[in-house]
Write a protein that binds this ligand. Structure first.
Ligand code: GLN
Length: 446
């Protein structure tokens, strides 16, 4: 803990943590040390982890990196925090993120962007940018993020780490500040597949507080490299599209060739709904967000405008002053697609397209063990670029939101650095609930 605390201090300018629980982590460490001596320590004893600041931890502040949650303290812990602590993990602090997890660059945070450790002028990725840099810069051993449309996988890719988004329904959303409830999943960001598997195994499984969970108990994944020959599909568009960075393409091509040379079957596929992936995601995610964020009314949680004069102005002013630009944009988008007169044209239509995308993805994964795509079309870009062009940044979610729409598990694995020393990521998608196969093959893949 002391070692990590000194790294946190040394690299404070990266803006990774919204709060560090220094004293508490040291106290916890002492207690865990004692349990290790007694032989009663849990599976995560000695694991120092950061949690994204949208995960509730009883008695601790939680902000979702938004002004609107100023002063709010969690009155209960999320199921994931309870399970991590029960196995003796040491939580070292709350990690910066995009405001309400909306973004892919950590630039929408009320507390400012997180800087990439590989190049401080570049973004960390997002929305779990703080969690990813915390791992990249050795400020903790592992970190927990949330992934609605890529927020664990894409920052992991930008920071040379491993990011796992489990199947929708694997990990409890109880105590996670909701963004898009039909997409949100918690996931680990780590440096090794073993750590990802361990954290996943501890956090996953049924929970009475989340009725969307798969009810079967989850067996602990003990990573065993799988050297059997696989059938892998890759998206042809990832190589043919002019929107994908040349070095990203090369890293995908290299992976394909390596796998083929080792006897795996790797085949291109065309995904006929590719142009609908991003619009479908942004219609549904913003619709859900506009509903989820209606609870922040200046009365129940956090910030209340001092300029309010009555109930309606309390709502209006608290929300106008408390939410940032990107969050407001999404609330308006979501409210629009849900409004009468537009509901059928946008929201209902997007639900139908989601089903088509899900069916087609399942069809591919019935024929192949894995679907391989880059995690992002380009590596970490300069700070300022993401905010400047929101539509462009939405489009850059093209490779991560497919797994989110389909609900299947996906992992981003480090794929070396480009010529500028920036990390690249490669993503594997697997069948629903095939986390074990996905993790085992990831190990082999590295
Ligand atoms: N970039 C996507 C979005 O802004 C995904 C964010 C996330 O997974 N939380 O919605």
């Amino acid at each position: 803990v002391k070692g990590y605390l000194s790294r946190i201090e040394k690299y404070a300018h990266l803006n990774v943590f919204n709060e560090v629980f220094a004293d508490e982590a040291l106290t916890l460490a002492k207690a865990v040390d004692a349990r290790i001596k007694e032989g009663t320590a849990g599976k995560l004893a000695g694991m120092v982890i950061g949690i994204k600041d949208n995960i509730c931890y009883k008695g601790h502040k939680v902000t979702a990196s938004s002004k609107i949650l100023t002063g709010f303290t969690s009155i209960y812990s999320s199921t994931v925090v309870e399970r991590l602590l029960a196995e003796d993990a040491i939580i070292i602090g709350r990690c910066n993120c995009d405001e309400f997890a909306m973004g892919a660059s950590n630039e929408s945070s009320y507390f400012g962007p997180v800087k990439n450790f590989a190049d401080n002028t570049r973004v960390a990725g997002g929305s779990s940018g703080g969690s990813a840099v915390a791992v990249q810069a050795d400020m903790c051993l592992a970190a927990i993020g949330t992934d609605t449309g890529g927020s664990v996988r894409q920052p992991a890719a930008f920071c040379g780490a491993i990011g796992l988004k489990p199947t929708y329904g694997r990990i409890s959303r109880h105590g996670i500040i909701a963004y898009g409830s039909s997409f949100d999943q918690v996931g680990p960001i780590t440096k090794s597949v073993e750590d990802a598997a361990l954290l996943y195994s501890v956090m996953a499984g049924p929970d009475a507080y989340d009725s969307t969970l798969y009810q079967q108990p989850v067996e602990e994944v003990k990573v065993t490299p799988d050297s059997s020959k696989k059938r892998i599909a890759y998206l042809q568009e990832a190589i043919s599209s002019p929107g994908v960075d040349e070095e990203v393409k090369t890293s995908l091509i290299n992976a394909i060739e390596k796998l083929r040379a080792e006897g795996h079957t790797v085949e291109p596929i065309a995904f006929e709904y590719i142009n609908y992936i991003v619009p479908t995601y942004y219609i549904l995610a913003t619709a859900e967000a506009s509903s989820n964020l209606s609870r922040f009314d200046g009365v129940h949680y956090g910030y209340r405008s001092p300029n309010a004069t009555d109930l309606v102005s309390t709502y209006k002013r608290s929300r106008s002053e408390g939410f940032g630009k990107e969050v407001k944009r999404r609330i308006m988008l979501g409210t629009f697609v849900l409004s009468s007169g537009y509901y059928d044209a946008y929201y209902a239509k997007a639900q139908k397209v989601r089903r088509l995308i899900q069916d087609k993805t399942k069809e591919i994964l019935a024929e192949y063990d894995f679907l391989m795509v880059p995690t992002a079309p380009e590596p970490a870009y300069e700070i300022g670029k993401g905010e400047a062009d929101p539509v462009k940044s939405y489009l850059a979610d093209i490779f991560t939101v497919q797994a989110s729409l389909a609900g299947v598990p996906a992992i981003s694995l480090p794929a070396g650095n480009n010529s500028k020393g920036l990390p690249l990521g490669l993503q594997l998608l697997a069948k629903h609930f095939a986390e074990k196969e996905l993790l085992n093959f990831s190990e082999y893949f590295l």
